[in-house]
Design a protein around this ligand. Sequence first.
Ligand code: SAH
Length: 240
Amino acid sequence: MSGFNFDVITLFPKAFELINNLGVITKALDKNLIDVNLHDLREYGEGSYRQVDDKPYGGGAGMVLKPEPIYKAYDSIRKSPKRKTLLMTPQGKVLKQNDLVRWSTLDQVIIICGQYEGFDERVRFLADEEISIGDYVLSGGEIPALSIINGLTRLLPGTLGDPDSLVDESHNSPLLEYPQYTRPQVFKHMKVPEVLISGDHKEIELWRKEQQLKRTYKRRRDLMKSDELKKFDFEEDDKN
Ligand code: SAH
């Protein structure tokens, strides 16, 4: 094994073709910084129909993924000692940037994707962590798994052109990022703030910090530490 390994157990491996057309992730694959190993659940299905799902005991709508194929797929994976197994489920802990940072020091993440009405409860014993990507329900764990692969890969050394771009961004600190502008200086009568073209680095830094505080205060007050909130007194009229 070289680089960081993602091993994904899924009924829809084709969903992961997206990673071949996804900028930073594709470059990381090309540079062998990551490997994405797809384990097609169907191959571990039972009988000539390769059955992977069945009706729930006790009745109810839909189908549930059977435990045996998932365990077989899991057992087939070559495992590194520095790994975590993540189960995709809307009942899990809601994913935060800090989780991605934490996992970025491992060498392997095994991701189990559910489908249909979910999976047999006994699958949960394989998981170190149960992860949700938000309080809504998708039809399968593939998009959540892609989110984790994407968010984690860009944190790995050598993946981003400029590692400094990780420092200021939203959710890396408790504050959201400041507003960004690029050329042209005037676009549809909207001007780039003077301070950014002043060349005065001290002033720029102060302006950015203030914008971060304002933005976070307006949009995501829940993220702010209370001392940051206390020293702050904004007028509510500005559009940030
Ligand atoms: N009936 C299940 C939901 C099944 S959704 C329940 O109420 O818990 C089908 C599969 O999609 C899940 O097993 C899970 O793998 C994935 N999934 C759906 N929404 C998700 C979310 N918000 N986060 C992570 N995985 C999700």
